[in-house]
Design a protein around this ligand. Structure first.
Ligand code: DQA
Length: 150
């Protein structure tokens, strides 16, 4: 059996983790989060790649390029979560299973954050667990992919 390939994508401002609103997002850098995810991926025996962009089109292009290359995606769309119909359409369009993750609890903050336009086309949304949102997101995605494979 070939190894599952998972793409972990982060949207705008997540490159600033560590310095960005630490009271909301914690002090862990994106690099450190990616290292934690890579460790978890090794335990789960899956291949993982990372991508971050502050640009909507770059995220969409990368999702398109993921078709046929990756088996699934863990995605933190940042603020695009709340209004990017273009990103939502891309997720629906590529047909890859996507798990949406958020460090903070988007349901417990400003009203505009409680709405996710991307979640309805994702297989799951995990929010509010800090770095563990990514680790749990990876677990949920891999479990789903392995289930499909049986
Ligand atoms: C976020 C929540 C979003 O509302 C915000 O715009 C982000 C980060 C999170 O991980 O908690 O950039 O996706």
């Amino acid at each position: 059996m070939t190894m599952l390939r998972v793409l972990v994508m982060n949207g705008p401002n997540l490159n600033l983790l560590g310095v960005r609103e630490p009271e909301v997002y914690g002090t862990t850098t994106l690099e450190a989060i990616e290292a934690r995810i890579a460790e978890k991926a090794a335990v789960l025996d899956v291949d993982v790649s990372f991508f971050q962009s502050n640009h909507e089109g770059a995220l969409i292009d990368h999702l398109h390029e993921a078709m046929g290359v990756f088996d699934g995606v863990v995605l933190n769309p940042g603020a695009y979560t709340h209004y990017s119909y273009a990103l939502r359409d891309a997720i629906a369009g590529v047909g890859l299973p996507v798990v949406e993750v958020h460090l903070s609890d988007i349901g417990a903050r400003e009203d505009f954050r409680a709405v996710s336009v991307t979640a309805p086309v994702c297989i799951a949304q995990i929010s509010g667990l800090g770095v563990d949102s990514y680790l749990e997101g990876l677990e949920v995605l891999v479990a789903r992919l392995r289930e499909e494979d049986r």
